[in-house]
Design a protein around this ligand. Structure first.
Ligand code: DOR
Ligand code: ZN
Length: 345
């Protein structure tokens, strides 16, 4: 059993970097681990235009420590009023790598999201025509649908019909959490892929609810039953090119999570690779880690693979109980645990 692994530098195909002081505090963690990242557009004032995305990209670059190579890949936040011409211009100018579909009120800062995919039909047709990828938060928001069923119902009511109507649309089913999503992605064409977070590989819903309510294990889509976690571990480590790394790292201040109405989101950026590699190690699939972390994502997006290499070793790392992000205290995923692998810098 080798004590080190060297792979192409990975990318994070789904991250929330926020803005302002928190951006200043958290960007370094993603840039330290990843060469590129798909940056989610759900700021308090969502990123809905080419100009806003270009300006946000500048603020991100200004938050990256000197000497660290990192490329933010920007996304457009879709609303009921998205202009297909703006999307196409942003994509052609290299500002928008993809667009993000948030069903209205599905999660953090999604109030301006899409109330019905019929409302963005023109935008989606244009995206299919120009080969622009669609990142999807796959949950319905109907009050009568149980929160644990919202991903499955989204597949049936929205995703399946959408792909039947636009069979060429490139879709990334983000942060999948169920065996139903795995079955759907496995059965779809090569134009459908999925990201998987570290938390959904490590925890099931007990982590949130047994022995007390644990707000730092709460994110959306919410962690599901154990059989779903096992299906996700199987998919991630299967070697299928449809699955790739997307942390969904989503920092919130400690007090915003430890609250009567705690925010959804797990801040996993600081030790994301260590966390993922532990799963591949436990599954006896270390040889498939590079595909998941560094190859499947760029291939799906049609981007070049990174040439730089990184090494992780088995020295182990203790995850701190709290991280100071530009003056905001944030509790990271795995707080207080020791992870077996360590990223060498
Ligand atoms: O847990 C989550 N947090 N899920 C999301 O979809 C959004 C994210 C956030 O921005 O906090
Ligand atoms: Zn997200």
């Amino acid at each position: 059993m080798s004590d080190t692994i060297t792979i192409r530098r990975p990318d994070d195909w789904h991250v929330h970097l926020r803005d302002g002081e928190v951006l200043q505090g958290v960007a370094q963690f993603t840039a330290r681990q990843f060469a590129r990242a798909i940056v989610m557009p759900n700021l308090a004032s969502p990123v809905t235009s080419v100009d806003a995305a270009a300006a946000y990209r500048e603020r991100i670059m200004a938050a990256i420590p000197a000497g660290v190579e990192f490329t933010p890949l920007m996304t457009c936040y879709l609303t009921d009023h998205t202009d297909p011409d703006e999307l196409e211009r942003g994509h052609r100018e290299g500002v928008f790598t993809a667009a993000k579909l948030y069903p209205a009120n599905a999660t953090t800062n999604s109030a301006h999201g899409v109330s019905d995919v019929a409302n963005i039909r023109d935008a989606l047709e244009r995206m299919a025509a120009i080969g622009m990828p669609l990142c999807v938060h796959g949950e319905v928001t109907d009050a009568e649908i149980d929160v644990f069923d919202r991903e499955k119902v989204f597949i049936d009511r929205v995703l399946e019909p959408l792909l039947r109507e636009l069979p060429g649309l490139k879709v990334i089913f983000e942060h999948i959490t169920t065996e139903d999503a795995v079955r759907f992605v496995d059965g779809a064409g090569d134009n459908v892929g999925a990201t998987i977070t570290p938390q959904h590989l490590h925890i099931n819903r007990n982590a949130m609810l047994v022995g007390g309510i644990r707000p730092h294990a709460y994110c959306l889509p919410v962690a599901k039953r154990e059989r779903h976690r096992l299906a996700l571990r199987k998919a991630a480590t299967s070697g299928s090119a449809k699955y790739f790394l997307g942390t969904d790292s989503a920092p919130h201040a400690r007090e915003a999570k430890e609250s009567a109405c705690g925010c959804a989101g797990i801040f996993n950026a600081p030790y994301a690779l260590e966390s993922y590699l532990q799963v591949f190690d436990e599954e006896g699939a270390i040889d498939r880690f590079e595909g998941f972390a560094s190859e499947n994502g760029p291939r799906f997006y049609g981007l070049p693979l990174n040439e730089a290499r990184i090494t992780l070793d088995r020295s182990g790392v203790e995850v701190p109980g709290e991280i100071d992000a530009g003056g905001t205290a944030i509790v990271p995923f795995h707080a207080g645990e020791t992870l077996r692998w360590t990223l060498r810098l």
